[in-house]
Design a protein around this ligand. Sequence first.
Ligand code: PAF
Length: 282
Amino acid sequence: MKIFVTQNELSNHLIPFYNDKSTIGFVPTMGALHQGHLSLLETAKQENSLVIISIFVNPTQFNNPEDLKKYPRTLQSDVEKIKKISTDIIVYAPTVEDIYKGKTVSEHFNFDGLENQMEGKYRTGHFDGVGTIVKELFKIVKPTNAYFGEKDFQQLQIIRKLTSKYKIPVNIIGCPILRETNGLAMSSRNERLSSIERKEASIIYKTLLEAKTLFKTKSAKEVMNWVASVFNENKKFELEYFEIADEDQLLPCNRKNKSKKYRAFIAVFVNNIRLIDTISLN
Ligand code: PAF
């Protein structure tokens, strides 16, 4: 199994694959791999002749230094999990120096307003950091297809915008959210929850499902008020935001428009651990 830690080594290794017109499937991650990541790898494996996964905890996308410090780094066990899918998958696990060359700062992006909603409001600079690293990784890997989970739906739309604005020739493929048996969306952060918190975190998906039912007959405002009341009654889970927005522009739904596709988005804190989730509403 090939593991590269520098872009030079990776780029040299990839030259013959570009020449023989292989399709390259790319799964960018920050490691601490769970079943959700592995399903992205499986899909990439089915659809491409070569698969590359990057494992890099990108410092510029963390607005909270404590979150960056505590982010799980588990390269050894990640590699074991990848091997179980296939030893042909190439791992790119660079250092911060290899990516940022001594200047660990973000480029500033205009994603036509997508960056100002939800996660962008609460995590200042987050999408500049995501844009910076994903643009750089695309430049290094030059993938044919790149795979992202729909849990980070806003990120997915921003990456689509990034590739269209910068004319990066890659297909962006959004993949469905994988859930634990109680409905909790799979996330590397779930590892930091106690077993009780993890069980009780089912409240997030249960609330989204109920919101979806309510949205059939109620306005977005009424659904938002109901969600706020659920979390007012549950002091263990602190609601950061619940939003109903259209999928394309991610603008809050003030009045329902039949021609638009809507989604509910939620961010919740439990014991200082931030969990997000989303569901399609129509
Ligand atoms: O979704 C993630 O894990 C990260 O935001 C990404 C896309 C790998 C960029 O660091």
